[in-house]
Design a protein around this ligand. Structure first.
Ligand code: GLU
Length: 447
């Protein structure tokens, strides 16, 4: 039998990390078993639907690199793929259950409107072999007769999902742990109609570093795919990271392309333990992918972020050199702005460590003064600045740290940073000379 799985989002907002993971695992399950991946929109909770919700889900899934075989936008042999377009189907099946005596009407007081409740069989055990958790058992006496169709004629999730999964020939249902207790209700409907029950697999929750379940309101973690896109994360990296939330390959490798993930995907390696959302790990993985970009692609990734931060990008060569300079330290596109600002800020201060260093260097003041003199005559390209530093060294007979550190501190205020001649060339002569003057002032006030 051909494997058919589905991702069934409710169009109630942006694509969240947790939903993206559900989509990705279903996709991987389909691809690693030669099956079909279907997208169905569960829009019956009308009040919660948001305009553009469906489109944003689909856009972000394709940005992550997923594609699908059937969906509202693509169509397919099992459509329609939006629940609100399938109301007639639910009605037909609800009526059948009423006729079979397996459901009953519940009239709204003083009205001819009614809801339909499923009549839960007495004293029955519902057991299923969960792909992630093994055998799970539920007793029917713990479940009350539940509403299948509301009095406005709209089916509830637990009823519609069964009709759809059956009619769409879904073989495997991989979804979040929060649906475990819905599963016995759904099994009741399959059994009432005598339909085959798909194989279920419930994926573990995602927790933050404090082991608390990720909540959409938690501000400390960026949780929507759209936000990662806007921050300049790479889709391949995010997909790689999310696929490791609750799954691990048998090979000892974490940086995996989509092809490698599909090749190695094995649902028996889905974890029962909560998946930890490790922000540092995401940054690390993204950085690995950033490293692989060509220089041109890196510049292209960074430029919109610089522009958005009102940094002048009219000089392409300057932008290109800036990217080259900061590339090793950039984990995601927008970070280039922070790194730029750390360096190119207007106010100039000297770090305390750097001041301490200057105090221990008897030649520091002379080096800085001479450096200023050399720089004022320099053409200010990186090679020329490098020469200037050398000339200072020769003239004063100082070498190594005693030479380089005063030059760096007087122009950047810091002990560490990217390649100095290149950095200074990008900063420009006027800024650099002003900084040196400021340093001299600070040093004179100290003595
Ligand atoms: N619409 C449900 C959700 O978003 C789908 C659950 C399921 O996959 O059965 O949680």
């Amino acid at each position: 039998m051909k494997v058919r799985v589905r991702y069934a989002p409710s169009p109630t907002g942006l694509l969240h990390i947790g939903n993206a993971r559900t989509a990705i695992f279903n996709y991987l399950y389909a691809k690693s078993n030669g099956g079909d991946f279907i997208i169905r929109i569960e829009d019956t909770d009308i009040k919660r639907n948001v305009v553009g919700g469906e489109q944003s889900q689909l856009d972000n899934l394709s940005w992550l690199g997923l594609d699908w075989d059937e969906s509202p936008d693509k169509g397919g042999a099992y459509g329609p793929y939006r629940q609100l377009e399938r109301l007639d189907l639910y009605k037909t099946y609800a009526e059948q259950l009423l006729e079979m005596g397996m459901a009953y009407k519940e009239y709204k007081e003083g009205s001819n409107k009614y809801a339909i409740r499923f009549k839960v069989p007495a004293d029955k055990e519902y057991a299923f072999d969960d792909l992630v958790r093994g055998t799970l058992r539920f007793q029917s006496k713990e479940v009350e007769d539940w509403v299948m169709v509301k009095d406005n004629g709209i089916p509830t999730y637990n009823f519609a999902v069964v009709i759809d999964d059956h009619l769409m020939a879904i073989t495997h249902v991989l979804r979040g742990e929060e649906h475990i207790t819905n599963t016995p209700k759904q099994m009741m409907v399959y059994e009432a109609f005598g339909w085959d029950i798909p194989r279920f697999g419930h994926m573990t929750i995602i927790v933050n570093e404090k082991k608390k379940k990720l909540s959409k309101r938690d501000q400390s973690i960026v949780q929507f795919i759209q936000q990662y896109r806007e921050l300049g994360y790479l889709p391949e990296a995010l997909l790689n990271f999310i696929s490791l939330l609750g799954w691990s390959p048998s090979i000892n490798e974490e940086i995996l392309s989509l092809e490698q993930i599909i090749e190695n995907f094995d649902s028996s390696r889905l974890s029962k333990a909560p998946a930890m959302f490790d922000v540092q790990k995401l940054a690390y993985i993204n950085k690995e992918y950033v490293k692989k970009l060509s220089h041109e692609a890196f510049v292209e990734l960074c430029t919109p972020h610089l522009a958005k931060a009102n940094i002048d990008i009219s000089n392409q060569e300057w932008v290109s050199d800036l990217c080259l300079l900061l590339r090793d330290r950039t984990a995601f596109g927008a970070q280039i702005v922070t790194l730029h600002d750390e360096f190119f800020h207007e106010g100039f201060e000297i770090e305390q460590d750097a001041i301490e260093f200057l105090k221990t260097e008897p030649q520091a003041l002379n080096v800085i003064k001479r450096f200023k003199r050399q720089l004022s005559m320099s053409s200010f390209d990186a090679a020329d600045i490098k020469e200037s530093i050398k000339d200072v060294g020769k003239y004063l007979d100082v070498k190594g740290k005693s030479l380089f550190m005063p030059c760096r501190i007087a122009t950047t205020g810091m002990l560490h940073g990217p390649d100095l001649p290149k950095s200074l060339s990008l900063l420009g002569k006027k800024t650099v000379l002003n900084r040196i003057d400021k340093t001299l002032e600070i040093l004179e006030n100290m003595s």
